[in-house]
Design a protein around this ligand. Structure first.
Ligand code: KG4
Ligand code: ZN
Length: 361
């Protein structure tokens, strides 16, 4: 079964064609990050306008890679939430148009849960795109770390996700984006911090929120305040960013931010591995592209040989449409185009079999 996936929930516009949930036959991503840098973050109106401009070229590029007519696909999968309403609608209306013209079913997809499926993807020649040469087995523990979510899920099967840990305030990516901005780094903050920090040590030891709590929840607000306080100590001249005023200090703060975020994510994930003894650990979402996080996690997981660690290729950690198509294959609940809605604040709670969406509790 070949599914065309479409993703447009925030600042990426993406299309992909995936066979049987695993083999990527085509995949393109266009990012609006360059235009968002000047706004210092996602500016919904600008993001949606950019999505409109690029959706058809992105789709065309995916079809050029696929080299077959669109009629040969079996279904269209599209992200219906969570995300920015204007951006989501661009992908949804495109998917609906294809469904109407070619009489194809649509599978609505939850963007957050789709991230997990980066760990099932393979290149067209079957070569692995994750660090592990097997297919994930259940029960799987999923760490989803993106700009909007920080979640630990226990996945007993496809479509059977239970939330076992989540952030009580900011998401990890959001904390990176906000603290990067405090230093004077561009959006998105995670990669900018990573680049600046290199492999410098953790000088500031910013607080690791809830690291000693018994539950598996996360908190990043205390850490954010600690970074702000450290910067305020500098009494920066007005209109001068820390990065231009004292780049050495900014670099050291960036390194400490990266250590704080990576360590707290790893610590809670390891706690979950000990509690649930999963067969697989699947990491996904933009923050999981972080090299330091990957390194610490790899080292820690050596102590738990019963749990196979899966780390996707970096371009499938961040937003893309291959994960959307893969999710749709394994959670195949086709709908007619007129039954597809937009759900900007879709939550990550229980997956409702009936709709593929999730219920607020
Ligand atoms: O999953 P994603 O691409 O989009 C959302 O669904 O939000 O995640 C975006 C987040 C941003 O907060 C960005 O700063 C962060 O992922 N990010 C990273 C890295 N690449 C992206 N954080 C740390 N290190 C990276 N290399
Ligand atoms: Zn995402």
């Amino acid at each position: 079964m070949k599914i065309l996936g479409i993703e447009s929930s925030a600042d990426e516009t993406a299309a992909a064609i995936v066979a049987n949930g695993r083999n990527i036959l085509a995949q393109t991503v266009s990012s609006s990050q360059d235009i968002l840098i000047k706004y210092g973050g996602i500016y919904p109106e600008a993001a949606a306008r950019k999505q409109l401009e690029v959706i058809l070229p992105v789709l065309q590029a995916a079809l050029n890679q696929y080299k077959q007519p669109l009629t040969t696909i079996d279904a269209v999968a599209v992200t219906v939430g969570p995300g920015l309403i204007g951006s989501l609608l661009v992908g949804i209306e495109t998917a609906k148009t294809i469904a109407v013209i070619f009489n194809k079913p649509i599978i609505p997809v939850n963007h957050t849960l789709a991230h997990v499926y980066a760990n099932w993807l393979l290149a067209p020649n079957n070569s692995q795109l994750t660090t592990n040469n097997q297919q994930p087995s259940f029960p799987a523990l999923c760490l989803i770390v993106s700009g909007g979510h920080t979640l630990l899920l226990l996945m007993k099967n496809h479509g059977d996700f239970a939330v076992i840990g989540r952030t009580v305030d900011d998401a990890a990516g959001e904390a990176l984006d906000k603290t990067a901005r405090l230093i004077g780094l561009p959006y998105p903050g995670g990669p900018a911090i990573e680049k600046l920090a290199g492999d410098l040590p953790d000088h500031f030891h910013f607080p690791r929120g809830m690291i000693n709590s018994k539950n598996l929840d996360f908190s990043f607000s205390g850490f954010k305040t600690a970074v702000l306080r450290e910067i305020q100590k500098q009494n920066l001249p007005t209109n001068l960013q820390l990065i231009t005023y004292n780049s050495q200090l900014a670099t050291s703060i960036a390194a400490s931010i990266q250590h704080a975020v990576a360590e707290v994510l790893v610590s809670k994930t390891v706690q979950a591995v000990e509690t649930y003894k999963p067969k697989s650990l699947l990491i996904s979402g933009g923050v999981s592209a972080n090299i330091l996080l990957r390194k610490i996690l790899r080292e820690k997981l050596l102590q738990y040989p019963q749990t196979q660690l899966f780390i996707p290729e970096i371009r499938y950690s961040t937003d893309n449409a291959a994960t959307v198509a893969s999710f749709a294959y394994y959670n195949y609940l086709p709908k007619k185009w007129h039954d597809i809605g937009v759900y900007p604040s879709l939550s990550e709670f229980k997956l409702k079999k009936r709709t593929n969406l999730v219920k607020y509790e």
